[in-house]
Design a protein around this ligand. Structure first.
Ligand code: 13P
Length: 244
């Protein structure tokens, strides 16, 4: 039976509008094996969203924001609301990425509030969770996931358009990935708490994507560094198509 896969590229603070536009146009031309049940998403920085939507045109690539505020509008310097994203033609947003949690004070509560607001205006959401290395070493991974996923599950009104990304923080940008056993175990914990598709993130590359995506509870990947190059991102997408 075909299992739907979602491959999402999180560009973080890379690629201005011109690069974003040419990347999505090139991705549409790149050889990605076709699979009915493969969704492809790229998440450019806020200033590049309009160019990416325009460049993606009628291709299969969907454009998501990297964050979204919980209010519709207001005195929130530097933030962007869900309806503003919708106005650009953006179809979803990441919330609670570990870099937001670690560097910008994001909490389980603000992550949940952002998710609720985004879903309220019809955006899809990729809600990120994951443990620190010290938490894993202390045997606290499951407890941390229960807390983080619990906050999302409690606030979520329905599950349609909601995806969780498991990103062990020690695997992000380090070249280290979770072992297949660690990834499968964490994904199973998350799915028990919240029965939605769960993406794996943390040093996903063309050469490790296939084995991660073949795990029973892995429904796709959230890709950082390897999503910045069209060929490597297309190769991860092809691995997703084969797993779908
Ligand atoms: P890397 O793939 O660069 O490790 O980044 C993962 C990530 O944080 C995606 O959101």
């Amino acid at each position: 039976m075909a299992i739907a896969q979602l491959i999402a590229g999180n560009w973080k603070m890379f690629k201005g509008p011109a690069q974003a536009r040419s990347f999505v146009a090139a991705l549409a031309d790149a050889t990605v094996e076709q699979a009915e049940s493969l969704d492809i998403v790229v998440c450019p920085p806020a200033v590049s969203l309009a160019a990416a939507v325009d460049g993606a045109g009628a291709s299969r690539t969907q454009i998501f924001g990297q964050n979204v505020h919980w209010a519709e509008s207001g005195a929130f310097t530097g933030e962007v609301s869900g309806s503003m994203l919708r106005e650009l033609g953006v179809s979803g947003a990441i919330v609670g990425h570990s870099e937001r949690r670690q560097l910008f004070g994001e909490t389980d509560e603000t992550t949940a509030a952002r998710m609720v607001a985004a879903r309220g205006v019809g955006l899809q959401v990729i809600a990120c969770v994951g443990e620190l290395e010290a938490e894993r070493e202390a045997g606290e991974t499951e407890r941390v996931l229960e807390r983080q996923v619990g906050a999302i599950a409690e606030a979520a009104d329905g599950l349609e358009g909601l995806v969780v990304a498991y990103e062990p923080i020690w695997a992000i940008g380090t070249g280290r990935t979770a072992t297949l056993e660690q990834a499968q175990e964490a994904h199973a914990v998350i799915k028990r708490l919240l029965p939605v598709p769960v993406l794996y993130g943390g040093s996903v590359k063309p050469d490790n994507a296939a084995e991660l995506l073949a795990l029973p509870d892995v429904d796709g990947a959230l890709v950082g560094g390897a999503s910045l190059d069209v060929d490597s991102f297309a190769a991860v997408c092809t691995a997703g198509a084969r797993a779908a």
